[in-house]
Design a protein around this ligand. Structure first.
Ligand code: ADP
Length: 242
């Protein structure tokens, strides 16, 4: 299975909740196949920005496109983006295989095709033999692998992840970071990854977009942010590695 990433272009995105601007004039061009993290403290607008790419929130201003398609106001299920949430959000009454196959239900996909796709995804996330288990019979890391498999089964060119590892302990988090990178490289999918963890953003990303208070402070490769922070906020935030 070879996927191909697509560009994600955000142009002058603004979002208000009631009177408050929580995302202000954000423009970013994510390259096809790039791993870009949105990094910033809690409340800086990262999740809101991701929700606008996913289609669960609409911007008050600006434009979002994937490849050449303007998706600003397209329904979430028409956008062709995969999404992994912070807390796996697996269906508890469905088996692993049923969870992974779920996005294929809406598509024209025969049972045999669906079974092949699920098997391929199980192999990719290294969960062969777990197809018939229920989510509660899996560890946190295994559940998160199922969530990754489900997000990718319909072969979206873009994968969005919202703090997917924050519920895991440090050791498992490191293993899963490597696993996600391995899968992303192999598939060539474009990833937008939300995290408040500097270390995670710097080790996983091609580029990091630093946000504070709804604004984009700087977008750059990890090494550039580290050596040439654009302002005191970026310097302070990137500097406080554990
Ligand atoms: P982050 O992901 O960086 O922690 P969020 O995007 O979740 O930040 O939140 C940014 C700001 O928007 C916060 O002040 C939050 O309280 C506010 N906010 C987020 N979602 C809503 C909502 N549905 N209604 C009102 N305010 C919201």
């Amino acid at each position: 299975m070879i996927l191909k990433g697509e560009t994600v272009i955000l142009e002058k995105i603004e979002k208000n909740f009631a009177e408050t601007a929580v995302v202000r004039d954000v423009s970013i061009a994510v390259q096809a196949g790039e791993f870009l993290s949105l990094l910033g403290p809690s409340g800086s607008g990262k999740t809101t920005l991701l929700m606008m790419i996913a289609g669960f929130e609409a911007p008050n201003r600006g434009r979002i496109s994937v490849g050449t398609r303007d998706i600003t106001f397209e329904a979430p299920n028409k956008r062709n983006v995969g999404m992994v949430f912070q807390r796996y959000a697996l269906f508890p009454h469905m088996t692993v295989a049923q969870n992974i196959a779920f996005p294929l239900r809406m598509r024209r996909c025969s049972r045999a095709q669906a079974r092949d796709r699920v098997d391929a995804m199980l192999a990719m996330v290294r969960l062969e033999g777990f197809a018939d288990r229920l989510p509660q019979q899996l560890s946190g890391g295994q559940q998160q692998r199922v969530a990754v498999a489900r997000a990718l089964v319909a072969e979206p060119p873009v994968l969005l992840m919202d703090e997917p590892l924050s519920a895991l302990d440090k050791k498992l988090r490191e293993t899963m970071q490597l696993e996600i990178k391995r899968i992303q490289k192999r598939l060539g999918v474009t990833v937008v990854y939300v995290t408040h963890d500097q270390e995670e953003a710097l080790t996983m990303s091609d580029r990091v977009a630093v946000m504070a208070d709804g604004e984009l402070m700087q977008v750059g490769a990890p090494i550039d942010l580290y050596h040439r922070p654009a302002n005191a906020f970026v310097a302070g935030f990137i500097g406080k590695m554990n």
